[in-house]
Design a protein around this ligand. Structure first.
Ligand code: AMP
Length: 194
């Protein structure tokens, strides 16, 4: 399956993407994780992304698109993938449409995780305290919500027009949200875990 996860920062995309990708046996491709790994390793890509990430701004489209193109060309993505945090702008969505069209493939679904702003801000500030993520400070968190509303939320309509959108309520226990997502994908329930 080829799936895109949409939703504001703090909606739980990363957590759910890990569970769902394991259930579906497809790689979880998180552009944020790729940037953070590059930052840690001190690569050129990491250095190029750092200032944007610290400010809660988006890394320029051409950088992100080239990175995703390379990642999707890797063999493990041939049978499917779960994209988490990409696309985040109209040009990125267009690039993904073109990339998949060139490969003769399409998306199977776009899951939108929906949660109100007060809830996601609360979650992110709690996460920042626990994880020390430098872009989870109060000011940056609010800015990232604005960036989402301005640049990414319009993609909901883009995918609704393509008939791909399924919106899921992201408020609740992790396993409840997972079940809603699996149902939205036409899978009954996640397999029980210990
Ligand atoms: P995330 O972990 O998805 O919240 O991403 C963390 C940060 O990485 C974002 O605030 C952006 O600075 C950058 N980033 C991740 N994905 C993208 C993307 N698709 N387009 C632009 N910037 C991105």
């Amino acid at each position: 399956m080829r799936i895109v996860l949409l939703g504001p920062p703090g909606a739980g995309k990363g957590t759910q993407a890990e569970i769902i990708s394991a259930e579906l046996n497809v790689p979880h491709i998180s552009t944020g994780d790729i940037f953070r790994a590059n930052l840690q390793q001190g690569t050129e890509l990491g250095c190029a992304a750092q200032a944007y990430m610290d400010a809660g701004d988006l890394v320029p489209d051409e950088v992100v698109i080239a990175m995703v193109r390379d990642r999707l060309a890797q063999p493990d993505a041939a049978q499917g993938f779960l994209l988490d945090g990409f696309p985040r702008t109209r040009p990125q969505a267009q690039a993904l449409d073109e990339l998949l069209a060139d490969l003769g493939r399409g998306l199977d679904g776009v899951l939108e995780l929906r949660a109100d702003t007060a809830e996601v801000v609360r979650r992110l500030i709690a996460r920042g305290k626990e994880s020390g993520r430098t872009d989870d400070t109060q000011e940056t968190v609010r800015h990232r919500q604005q960036v989402y509303a301005r640049d990414t939320a319009p993609l909901v309509k883009h995918y609704a027009q393509q008939g791909l959108l399924r919106t899921v309520d992201a408020v609740g226990e992790i396993c409840e949200v997972t079940e809603r997502m699996m149902r939205a994908l036409g899978r009954d329930t996640a397999s029980p875990r210990l």
